[in-house]
Structures are given as structure tokens and as C-alpha cells.
Design a protein around this ligand. Structure first.
Ligand code: SAH
Length: 359
């Protein structure tokens, strides 16, 4: 019989499975809670390391349950303190996680898919094509692995801005949101967890139905369908108008992400049109300097150009911020470390992406 992977389960479900097991093993049901704590809240690398449990019970747990690890294969450290980790999964796929310290905060940027099907024209992950969805244990496992380092990294904030489109892997991401947020899980407040999407409409609806205050960020990147279609092919399936309507219907505050592409989407008319969209759904606009080393032959908008664009958006009464670029020296933008390692395999075509899943 195959072992149950405890890290694929929401903490309450893991505890329930463990409770039944503890009963059948003839140990107190409270042991189930102890084990559950060692999954996320006070993580143990394996059952042997759960030294507050009887030795023979630990051995029996290992026979029935799995606690899979992700193999850390590379780490890069930026002069600004940003750290980028590359993990290898059981089938050889590699995924990236970035830890960004900022004052008292540590933001983890996690991956939700191996590769990505969406092929946004400036994004390194899009270049490698889509490999597969990640399991909950592989998504939340990124957070767990950093907590298991000799000097544990504990996040105050988590963003789904690594590789992949989280709302095309909703089933797993939904479990991960519970794991990250639950007090008996990682205990990160829902307001400190942001799901970033190109605008997968069924996924936005599913996220909106969660009672917790999880944040939604939308990768807008262009204020018109015509331009957005060119930059983001997904706009054909989920057009801008409908994405903005979904953002307006989302009960909580939405953030727009807008990557600044020199001469492409950074003209005064773009600022005015973007501000109009933001007003329609009360969004906060985050301007992102283009990370060089993505895809395509784009040039970043100059710092002054970004400031001018920000001022033009603000003038329309919209809240806007320029995101600090971090980890410039370590290829920290979406997908870049894996791309460096893989030396660019040809991207897979859309019809090879049969596994892409929409809720
Ligand atoms: N698929 C999701 C989440 C992953 S990408 C989404 O698109 O929102 C996270 C953010 O990084 C997105 O806004 C994406 O457009 C942006 N990004 C990708 N490549 C970039 C680059 N080279 N420079 C700056 N931002 C980039």
C-alpha cells in the first residue's frame, strides 16, 4: 500500500488521518496533534527527528506516511540580501523560490507550476514552456524547506510570483493557502499572502469565495486589449475588460502589476488608460522595473521614465508605487535561475499543455 503524503493535506486533514492512525497504533490521540505541529509550525525533517514522540511510534509513522523533501540544488545570494533557491523535485523538475528581506519583513516568492504555459513575451519562465502542476507538498514544501535550513528563514509575507500561474493549479493552490494561513500550519496572516495571476477568471472567482482575506494581484502590463494580446497571449482567452470586471467584483483590494517596457507600454496615453482601469476596480498600481534577462528583446524604461509614468497615474487619483528591484545580480526574476541552468530548451507548444487545469 502506498504511503500517505502528509504534506499534501491541509493540517486539519493531516491531523484527522494521524488521529485514526494513533488509535490503531494504540497511542493517545494527542500524538496526532504533536505530529501535525512538526509538519509546518515546528517542522521536523523526518519522523526520526520528532523526538517528543516514542521511538517505536516514529518508526510506525514512517511505514504509513511520507514527509517528502525537496532537494536544494543551488542557492544564490544577492548583495542586497535577496536569496534565490533552486529545488529539484522527485521527477527531476526544478523550481525556484526567492526570499526577499526588507527591514523586519521577509517575503517569500514561491512557484506553483514547473514552467508555465502562458508565454508572456518578457518572462523567462514562459520560454521554457509548461512541464506540470506542482502538488501542494511541492508548493508549501518550498516554505517548509527554508524553515528547515540551519539558519531558518521564516516568512512574514508570501507571494505566488515565482514560476507558473497559480490560478491554473487551483486545486493544489487552494490547499496550500490553507496550509500557509492555518495557525497549526505556517501561521502567515491571510492579508500577507498574495496570489498573482494573469487574470484566470474561474480562478479569481474561486479565490473570491474563500472567506479569508487573501490578496489578489493582477498582472495587467498593458491597458488595451490590442497591446495586451501582443505581450500576453492569454488575453485572447481572458480579455482585459472581463479581468477588470472580475477585479471589481473581488470584495478585497486588488493590486495591478505593470512591468515597465521601454517604448512599449510606458507612454503618457498608457498611464491615463491604466489609471482609468484602476479606478474602475479601486486597484492599487505597482510599477515593476523590467528585470533584464527575461525573454524577448525589451529594454527597461528609465528610472526617470518610470517616475514620470507613476506621477501621471497618481495625477488621476490612483495610488501607485514603484516596486524596488531586488536581486538584480542573481537573476531573481521569474524563471531566470532555472533558465540559466537549463540553457534554454525549445518551448513546448500550447497543445502539449494538456495538464493545465482551470477550476
Ligand atoms: N503567473 C503569475 C505569477 C508569476 S509571475 C502572474 O503572471 O501574475 C509574477 C510577476 O512577475 C508577474 O507580474 C510577471 O509578469 C512578472 N515578471 C515576469 N518576468 C518579469 C521580468 N523579466 N521583469 C519583471 N517582472 C517580470
Amino acid at each position: 500500500m502506498s504511503r500517505v503524503n502528509l504534506l499534501d493535506l491541509a493540517p486539519a486533514d493531516a491531523e484527522q488521518a494521524l488521529r485514526a492512525f494513533a488509535e490503531s497504533a494504540g497511542v493517545g490521540a494527542y500524538r496526532a496533534r504533536q505530529v501535525t505541529r512538526h509538519l509546518w509550525a515546528a517542522p521536523a525533517p523526518d519522523f526520526q527527528a520528532m523526538t517528543d514522540l516514542p521511538l517505536d511510534f516514529r518508526a510506525r509513522l514512517a511505514e504509513s506516511f511520507d514527509l517528502p523533501r525537496l532537494a536544494l540544488v543551488a542557492e544564490q545570494r544577492s548583495t542586497d540580501g535577496t536569496r534565490k533557491f533552486l529545488f529539484r523535485l522527485h521527477d527531476g523538475q526544478t523550481i525556484e523560490t526567492v526570499a526577499i528581506p526588507d527591514g523586519n519583513r521577509v517575503t517569500l516568492c514561491i512557484s506553483s507550476q514547473a514552467g508555465c504555459a502562458l508565454q508572456c513575451s518578457f518572462c523567462a519562465t514562459g520560454l521554457m514552456g509548461f512541464s506540470r502542476n506542482l502538488q501542494p507538498s511541492e508548493i508549501a514544501g518550498q516554505v517548509r524547506e527554508l524553515a528547515l535550513l540551519p539558519e531558518p528563514v521564516k516568512p512574514t509575507n508570501i507571494v505566488f510570483m515565482g514560476m507558473g500561474e497559480p490560478l491554473m493549479n487551483w486545486k493544489a493552490v487552494s490547499v496550500v493557502l490553507t496550509i500557509l494561513n492555518a495557525p497549526e500550519g505556517c501561521g502567515v496572516g491571510a492579508r500577507h499572502i498574495t496570489v498573482s495571476t494573469v487574470g484566470v477568471l474561474p480562478g479569481i472567482e474561486a479565490l473570491a469565495q474563500r472567506p479569508e482575506q487573501f490578496r489578489l494581484a493582477i498582472s495587467v502590463h498593458a491597458p488595451t486589449d490590442k497591446l495586451r494580446r501582443m505581450l500576453m497571449p492569454v488575453n485572447i482567452k481572458f480579455p482585459l475588460e472581463r479581468v477588470i470586471d472580475a477585479a471589481a467584483a473581488f470584495a478585497r483590494r486588488v493590486t495591478f502589476e505593470y512591468v515597465m517596457l521601454g517604448g512599449v507600454n510606458d507612454q503618457p496615453a498608457h498611464a491615463t488608460a491604466l489609471a482609468r482601469l484602476a479606478k474602475r476596480c479601486g486597484a492599487f498600481v505597482n510599477l515593476i522595473p523590467l528585470h533584464p534577462g527575461g525573454a524577448g528583446s525589451f529594454t527597461p524604461t528609465s528610472t526617470e521614465g518610470i517616475q514620470r509614468f507613476a506621477a501621471a497615474v497618481a495625477k488621476q487619483g490612483v495610488e501607485v508605487a514603484v516596486r524596488k528591484s531586488r536581486g538584480m545580480d542573481i537573476a531573481a526574476a521569474c524563471g531566470q535561475l532555472r533558465v540559466e541552468r537549463l540553457r534554454r530548451r525549445p518551448p513546448r507548444t500550447a497543445d502539449q499543455n494538456g495538464q493545465v487545469q482551470v477550476p
